[in-house]
Design a protein around this ligand. Structure first.
Ligand code: AMP
Length: 222
C-alpha cells in the first residue's frame, strides 16, 4: 500500500506517518529527513540540497526525484511506503505516478492534514526533534513536551531545533511555497478519489495520534 502524507509544514505529517509506518509495517520515506541526514554527513547531495533548504526553497527535481526513486526501489519498500514530504508539486506527483507504474503500483491513499495557519507557525517555532537519526521523534514544547527538558523520552538523545524552524521569516517562506506549489495537489488527488482530509488542531483537541488511529480504522474497513 502506498500512502502520501499531504499538508503544510507543522500539521503533524511526520507524527502521523511514523505511527502508520509502525502499524502497517511499511517504511516512512521523508525527503526532508533524507536531505537532513545527507547535510549532516556532508555528502555531495547534502551540500547541494542545503543551498536551497536554508533559504526555505524547494530542492530541484533533478536532485529530489532520483533520490525518491532510488529509495522506493529498496527492499523494505517492496510492499509500499508512507511518503512524507513528497510529492510537493504537480510535476513531482506525475513523476511519482511514473515511478510507481514501472513496478505495477499506484497511490492508494492520500492523507491531507489541515491546521489553522496561526497555530501552524506557533507549532513550528516550538517543535523539537530527536537528534538520533534512528529515532527522530518529534516533540512540541507546549502540546507534547518531553518528560525531561531537552532529552528524548524514547531514546535519551538530545532534542534539537531544526535550522529551518528557527526563523519565522523562513517558516513563512515555506508556507508560501506550500500554498503556491503544493496545495494544488489536494485537487489532483481529490479527482482520483484517493484523498482523505483531516483537521489537526490542539484547539479542537484533535491531534496527529487521533488522526493516525482514524486512518488505520479507515484502511481496515476498506
Ligand atoms: P520537510 O522536512 O518536509 O519540511 O523538508 C525540509 C526541506 O527539504 C524543505 O523546506 C525543502 O527545502 C526540502 N524538501 C523536502 N522535500 C522536498 C521535495 N519533495 N521537493 C523539494 N524539496 C524538498
Amino acid at each position: 500500500m502506498n500512502i502520501i502524507m499531504l499538508g503544510a509544514q507543522g500539521t503533524g505529517k511526520g507524527t502521523v506517518a511514523g505511527i502508520l509506518s509502525e502499524q502497517l509495517g511499511i517504511p516512512q520515506i521523508s525527503t526532508g529527513d533524507i536531505f537532513r541526514k545527507n547535510i549532516k554527513e556532508e555528502t555531495e547531495l547534502g551540500k547541494k540540497a542545503n543551498e536551497y533548504i536554508t533559504k526555505g526553497q524547494l530542492v530541484p527535481d533533478e536532485i529530489t526525484v532520483p533520490m525518491v526513486s532510488k529509495r522506493l526501489s529498496e527492499d523494505d519498500a517492496k510492499n509500499g511506503a508512507i511518503l512524507d514530504g513528497f510529492p510537493r508539486t504537480i510535476a513531482q506527483a506525475e513523476k511519482l505516478d511514473e515511478i510507481l507504474a514501472e513496478s505495477g503500483n499506484k497511490i492508494d491513499l492520500v492523507v491531507n492534514l489541515t491546521t489553522p495557519r496561526d497555530e501552524i507557525i506557533e507549532r513550528i517555532l516550538t517543535r523539537r526533534v530527536c537528534s538520533n537519526q534512528a529515532c527522530k521523534t518529534t516533540y512540541n514544547l507546549i502540546m507534547n513536551p518531553p518528560k525531561k527538558e531537552g532529552i528524548c523520552d524514547k531514546c535519551g538523545s538530545e532534542l534539537v531545533q531544526r535550522e529551518d524552524d528557527k526563523s519565522e521569516e523562513a517558516i513563512r517562506q515555506r508556507l508560501a511555497i506550500y500554498d503556491e506549489q503544493t496545495s494544488p495537489l489536494v485537487e489532483y488527488y481529490e479527482k482520483r478519489g484517493v484523498l482523505k482530509t483531516e483537521e489537526v488542531s490542539s484547539r479542537t483537541n484533535h491531534l496527529g495520534t487521533d488522526v493516525a488511529k482514524e486512518v488505520i480504522d479507515y484502511i481496515k474497513e476498506k
